[in-house]
Design a protein around this ligand. Structure first.
Ligand code: SAM
Ligand code: SF4
Length: 491
């Protein structure tokens, strides 16, 4: 099939229409603008805090009140509530991952992206199976990652068959390391929207979370930045990407908005409407929410001209409101953000972050270093290695979890949602976080990181002994087995 007919056949109209309500999608721009005009009321705000602390999704009107909150004292209280929610649902754990870019060919023309088809100034590349394995060997064998987010442009050469094959290549890599072996245990995918059949194909090769960002929920802005004659120009094909994922049995989905295209207040509301829609239809909300800010990209002047650039203060508010509005969801902060910002916002409720990040195609295996800058989609703000990040997080009292057990023993979708809401997932996660952190310290940590990591582990072990006495002996036995070289033990 030629490129042109491939493009023409991408969108399956019936896989959009079945979800529409009288021809309309679930984002009603006027309704959102009207809700955003609400004035916060002090008594109501405290009720909202209470609702969020019960891990209940907020209504759009309640979220709008938090967005518009100006009272300094209540904003400080909101920060405390955010942290409490994070601790209730996710304890003091942070999950780490690395992005892996496999191809930057793209048939779309998004005004803000360095990969857009009209950008003739980048040299494009798609990794072959062997090269994917080389990248994975570095990530899993040298750095020590266990989770990836694998990123693809939309192009016939990186279609669903390529994506499925690339996941198989990633999962096939097993590298001998210091005391055990390194392996990617979960590959999440950030790719263009797909049809139900294609998503079934990815489900069958063990896709992790399927991520598609709506970029902007505002219909008019969406049209302005995504030309109509492109696949991405179809707002609704993208908006219902997660509906199709659920139908295909991929029940772990990640939504997101690219902040800086339109008013951040509107986008936060859009993300909440999206979560509520998924909860209503499928009984499960998004497993993760992402909120990247627009970053400079090579030969992409649109970015300098946007009038919706998000300030650091507003970025903080975005995270706070999302933490309260969708209290069960995982929140991803990436290394696009500089370290000062990451240190400031992680305590507000972040659950996942990346490290040792490279976003050039083929750049982990260092073969293409000299062209790396041209190959990058945008610029990275925090270059810390995984070891450095873990050391810093440990210093802040966070335990870095490499746990992927939940996904492999059925704690996904509806099941994980119920566990998260009730705080019960925490018990499994605490144990698995400690086990996987122990593995990582043995296999990859520098002497200093290992030293402070082991200190934190001692505290965690003591907590497990107090809180989960029934399981403590088995847990101790697992720790011993890990020290003896066994890997991938989990509850
Ligand atoms: N091509 C697929 C798509 O658009 O859905 C997936 C890959 S795309 C490279 C992944 C994400 O990168 C996009 O969803 C967008 O939010 C983000 N992105 C694109 N340009 C960006 C920029 N200049 N700054 C920050 N994020 C950007
Ligand atoms: Fe292509 Fe995605 Fe970039 Fe748009 S954001 S140009 S679809 S890679």
């Amino acid at each position: 099939m030629g490129e042109k007919s491939w493009i023409q056949n991408r969108i399956k109209r019936r896989e959009i229409d079945r979800y529409l309500n009288g021809g309309r999608d679930f984002i009603n721009d006027e309704e959102i603008e009207a809700k955003l005009a609400v004035r916060p009321d002090k008594i109501k705000i405290r009720e909202i805090f209470d609702k969020a602390l019960h891990i209940e999704t907020l209504s759009p009107l309640e979220a709008a009140m938090l967005i518009n909150l100006k009272d300094r004292e209540l904003i400080e209280e909101m920060k405390e509530v955010a942290l409490k929610i994070k601790l209730l649902v996710y304890d003091n754990r942070i999950v780490t991952f690395a992005p892996l870019y496999l191809g930057d060919y793209c048939v779309n023309n998004c005004a803000y992206c360095g990969f857009r088809i009209e950008n003739k100034e980048i040299e494009r590349r798609i990794l072959k199976d062997e090269e994917i394995r080389e990248e994975t060997e570095v990530l899993a064998g040298k750095i020590g990652h266990k989770r990836l987010i694998v990123v693809y442009g939309e192009h016939p050469r990186t279609d669903v068959n390529y994506i499925a094959r690339s996941l198989e290549s990633i999962y096939s890599v097993k590298v001998k390391v210091r005391n055990g072996y390194g392996q990617i245990r979960r590959a999440n995918v950030n790719a263009a929207p797909m049809s139900i059949d294609e998503l079934k194909q990815l489900r069958d090769v063990g896709i992790g979370t399927f991520q598609v960002f709506q970029e902007t929920y505002h219909h008019k802005t969406y049209r302005e930045v995504h030309p109509e004659n492109t696949i991405k120009g179809d707002y609704q094909w993208r908006l219902y990407a997660m509906h199709r994922a659920f139908e295909a049995g991929v029940d772990d989905v990640g939504i997101g908005a690219l902040f800086g295209l339109y008013d951040w207040r509107f986008e936060v509301m859009g993300l909440l409407y999206h979560a509520i829609e998924l909860e209503k239809r499928f009984g499960i909300g998004p497993h993760t929410v992402s909120f990247p800010r627009l970053e400079p990209a090579a030969n992409t002047p649109y970015i300098q001209n946007t009038k919706y650039k998000v300030s650091d203060e507003d970025f903080e508010r975005i995270i706070l409101v999302l933490r309260l509005a969708i209290p069960y969801t995982g929140m991803i902060l990436t290394a696009r953000e500089p370290r000062v910002i990451r240190d400031r916002v992680i305590p507000l409720g972040i659950t996942q972050t990346d490290a040792s990040t490279r976003i050039g195609i083929g750049s982990y295996s260092d073969r293409y270093t000299e062209q790396e800058l041209e190959r990058q989609q945008f610029q990275i703000g925090d270059p810390r290695s995984l070891d450095e990040l873990i050391r810093d997080l440990t210093g802040m009292g966070y335990i870095t979890s490499f746990c992927t057990a939940g996904y492999r023993c059925g704690r996904t979708g509806k099941c994980i949602m119920d566990l998260l809401r009730s705080g019960k997932e925490g018990n499994f996660c605490k144990l698995n976080a400690v086990l996987t952190f122990k593995e990582w310290l043995l296999d990859f940590a520098s002497p200093e990181t290992r030293r402070i990591g082991e200190e934190l582990l001692k505290k965690e072990q003591e907590e497990i002994k107090q809180k989960l006495p029934g399981i403590y002996d088995t847990f101790k036995d697992y720790i011993q087995r890990i020290e003896n070289g066994e890997r991938d033990l989990y509850f």
